[in-house]
Write a protein that binds this ligand. Sequence first.
Ligand code: DC
Length: 229
Amino acid sequence: MNKKIVIAIDGFSSCGKSTFAKAIANRLGYLYIDSGAMYRAVTLELLRRGLFEDGVVKTSTLDSILKEINIGFSFDSSRNSYVTTLNGEVVEDEIRSPQVANHVSLVAAIPAVRTRLVELQRELGKMKGIVMDGRDIGTVVFPDAELKIFMTADPVVRAQRRLKELQEKDLNVTFNEVLKNIEERDYIDQNRDVAPLRKADDAVVLDNTNMTVEEQMEWVDDMVKRLTV
Ligand code: DC
């Protein structure tokens, strides 16, 4: 039987990380874990509890909330993919809402949140045979992952891809707004104090500006084969 490994994928937002990570997980029969969804689920819980005040999270009850919170992934056959659960409730659509998107960077910068989610992520990784994507997977969560990939793409191309997705959802935004948002998110991800986005020294870089998903799969195929024999 092939050896099971951990594959850590980090990179900028709207780079196609989750599409690529899911494709690898499907090919190998691995579990795909979207760590960004976990930060989004915590954000949803804090919003539901009304814990944001003037753009800041009220921290007095945060520790007990984080201890109780249960985030998982369950297979949804109607979507043919895994969906995020928060205390047993499927929240896959709610965590993609603009309201959550607008608050999640703030929540992802709170050290107590990161400590708790990294603990949960390592727990999920114990079983091996996983592909996890995020910002700090190869640097913080799984520094010993057998394969680390750092994804990047031209911001203009990322904005075009994102704009297409938003237009498909009938959301009315301009190209310049999307590009500005991507550039802001890149800045926040790279410059925050805790676990900023950076390439792990032993990560391989994948710039997919001019690549299809199939080409990305060809690119990764040999590496995966070598590591799993
Ligand atoms: O990948 P995404 O857009 O779903 O991520 C949501 C937010 O969580 C974004 O602000 C980056 C942050 N994040 C993080 O800080 N660390 C991770 N491992 C994954 C996401």
